[in-house]
Design a protein around this ligand. Structure first.
Ligand code: PGA
Length: 253
């Protein structure tokens, strides 16, 4: 089964020079891949330059968000899905917990997804609970996030959707731990069941479900093998080529 590895560079690196260097290292790693695809989601200012190289089926480019505004207009600072597509993005991460933390609602996530799809971008939708409780109550908000994200989408749109399950408490430098492969497997099944309820079983099986949150070269194998993840969404480790290489190796084997 082909694996998807999303490299979420976030607000890194500091300069175009460093970005080009990191892109070159990532390209070299992608060149050795047979069955894994990297989707590098980079800051918008680097996108045009980095995505303009020779197209590769193993290294695709994405944005980390799209504007919730449609078309053109007086929206200072906004960058539309269409502009990002024009800049070379094929994918966009939408609803990342770091954006939700800035106040992005499920409603906004839904309209961004629609705008991205209309601009011919494929979307990586991030969902995840902020707290884990023993009772399983946290599954309700997960279901709600999915339901809201998919509101108004047709079955056919789901072919362009990847879901990344990222428990908020496991994402980024402040994270205390990653999820466990067994817990991820449980959540991935829950996600598929929810998609199946909203659409149908066939559609649910087609949507890749990735794990994200403190992935490194030590825990990647667990999520991909025991957790049966279709891939990984990686922040910090995607900025370290040696570490990233080890994760890709696991994804390939
Ligand atoms: P992290 O970030 O791998 O640094 O925890 C994951 C993410 O971007 O969601």
């Amino acid at each position: 089964m082909k694996k998807i590895v999303v490299a979420n560079w976030k607000m890194n690196p500091e300069t175009m020079r460093e970005a080009k260097k990191l892109a070159l290292e990532t390209k070299k790693l992608a060149g050795k891949l047979r069955s894994t695809t990297i989707i590098a989601c980079v800051p918008n200012v680097f996108l045009t330059e980095l995505a303009s190289g020779r197209p590769s089926t193993r290294l695709l480019w994405g944005a980390q968000d799209v504007s919730g505004k449609e078309g053109t207009g007086a929206f200072t600072g906004e960058v539309s899905a269409k502009l990002l597509q024009y800049a070379g993005a094929q994918f966009a991460i939408i609803g990342h917990s770091e954006r939700r933390a800035l106040g992005e609602s499920d409603e906004v996530v839904n309209s961004k997804i629609k705008l991205a799809l209309a601009a011919r971008l494929r979307v990586i939708i991030c969902i995840g609970e902020s707290e884990r409780d023993e009772s399983g109550d946290y599954l309700r908000p997960l279901r709600e996030q999915l339901k809201q994200a998919f509101r108004g989408l047709a079955k056919n749109d789901l072919k362009k959707v990847i879901v990344a399950y990222e428990p908020v408490w496991a994402v980024g430098r402040e994270a205390t731990r990653s999820d466990t492969p067994a817990e991820f497997l449980h959540h991935a099944l829950f996600i598929r069941k929810t998609i199946s309820d909203l659409f149908d079983a066939k559609t649910a099986m087609q949507v890749p479900v990735l794990y994200g949150g403190s992935v490194d070269s030590k825990n990647a194998e667990g999520f991909l093998k025991e957790g049966r993840a279709d891939g990984l969404l990686i922040g910090r480790a995607s900025l370290k080529p040696e570490e990233f290489k080890k994760i890709l190796y696991v994804a390939e084997h």
